[in-house]
Design a protein around this ligand. Structure first.
Ligand SMILES: *Cc1c(COP(=O)(O)O)cnc(C)c1O
Length: 392
């Protein structure tokens, strides 16, 4: 911890625990203490720590080939793209590494589509975003954040983004004009505190986009891959986005792997040399991604998320002490918001850590819970007991 503090940039404020091993939903610190991981690296560990299927796929690929660059083909990328497209019902897939890169890629694709296909005059493309969004940390992305901590001191920013209130489809429809090329939205806002929009919100945004020839880009980097129950959170509203962004759990908690997936007539606007990434589409990540897709194709993780999630949310709602203002969530994903008159969420998470449960505060008074989808029900109940005690 002192080395992190002395030599590391101070862009995080971690809980004082040093993890040395992980197995499923559990981690062990350097002193041998065990903790239940109720954060899952912000959903990058949906399949748990060192999931045996994913570790085996990674080992096998490490012994064959790790990196080629996109200057050449490799024998894993094509099958990965095809299998992921099959899982999602997408026509084309663009592989990248981090989530922020997938978002940046989608913004570039949407703008290029706007100029080349929709016919927006050069330099005028507009993209509508939601207030309290979180899409990553690049200059362009924080430029359209509405969170002062994320953006202050990092300007000047990229123009061309229009924030409207989250959860208000009419506001999206009103903000669309002839220069609008896309609406970028999280189906459920994760970093904002697991904010679930009103029923029909996404359907309304979809209708507005379709009727005005605007792309719907769903950022499912945190909400996707079974975290909320279905493979994509958009499915709750029966909505198919034009482009969907995936990351986090797509790399199995082993490597960074993100994609933009969707319509071929949109992603197809990119020409050789216009976009790329040295590590994007590397065979190690692709081999792991193929195993992630195969695991999701069974439906087992979606079922666990639905069933365990319903149980978790029901218990939190029924047993929450008076300190709790709201319990929000969908699938195995909960935001517990506290009244601001008691200890803040950070203090509660420190207390939880002492009780053997790792969770993360967000925005001062919300505790976010997102255990690995492989968690056993008895372990989930044990952790829920600890959470309820820490809320008193
Ligand atoms: C985490 C996240 C990102 C950014 O992903 P990184 O891999 O950290 O760059 C983008 N969008 C959403 C919704 C996220 O939760």
């Amino acid at each position: 911890m002192s080395l992190d503090e002395r030599f590391g940039a101070h862009n995080y404020h971690p809980l004082p625990v040093v993890i040395a091993r992980g197995d499923g939903a559990w981690v062990t610190d350097v002193d041998g203490r065990r903790y239940l991981d109720m954060l899952s690296a912000y959903s990058a560990l949906n399949f748990g720590h060192r999931n045996p299927r994913l570790i085996a796929a990674a080992h096998a690929q490490l012994d064959r080939l790790t990196l080629t660059s996109r200057a050449f083909h490799n024998d894993q990328l094509g099958p990965f793209l095809a299998e992921l497209a099959g899982l999602l019902g997408a026509q084309m897939v663009l592989p990248m590494n981090s989530g922020a890169e997938a978002v940046e890629s989608a913004l570039k694709v949407a703008r290029a589509w706007g100029y080349r296909v929709k016919g927006v005059p050069d330099g005028r493309a507009k993209i509508i975003v939601a207030a309290s969004n979180f899409h990553g940390r690049t200059v362009t992305i924080v430029g359209f954040s509405t969170d002062p901590t994320a953006r202050s001191g990092f300007g000047p920013f990229t123009p061309g983004f229009v924030p409207v209130p989250f959860g208000d489809a009419a506001a999206v429809a009103e903000a669309i004009d002839e220069d609008t090329v896309a609406v970028l939205v999280e189906p459920i806002q994760g970093e904002a505190g697991v904010i679930v929009p009103p029923d029909g919100y996404l359907r309304g945004v979809r209708q507005a986009c379709t009727s005005r020839g605007v792309l719907l880009v769903a950022d499912e980097i945190q909400s996707g891959l079974a975290r909320t129950g279905p493979t994509l959170a958009c499915e709750h509203d029966g909505v198919v986005p034009d482009l969907v962004l995936l990351g986090k759990a797509l790399g199995g908690g082993i490597v960074p792997l993100s994609v933009v997936a969707g319509r071929a007539d949109v992603l197809g606007v990119l020409r050789p040399g216009e976009h790329g990434s040295t590590f994007g589409g590397n065979p190690l990540a692709a081999a792991i991604g193929r195993e992630v897709v195969a695991m999701l194709a069974t439906g087992e993780y979606q079922r666990r998320s639905r069933e365990l999630g319903a149980h978790l949310l029901e218990r939190l709602r029924r047993e929450a002490p008076p300190s709790v203002r709201h319990v929000r969530g969908r699938g195995l994903w909960a935001g517990v918001e506290l009244y601001p008159d008691g200890p803040d969420a950070r203090a509660r998470c420190e207390r939880l850590m002492s009780a053997g449960v790792l969770a993360k505060d967000t925005h001062e008074y919300t505790i976010r819970l997102a255990p690995p989808l492989v968690i056993e029900k008895a372990d989930l109940d044990w952790a829920t007991d600890r959470v309820l005690e820490a809320l008193v």
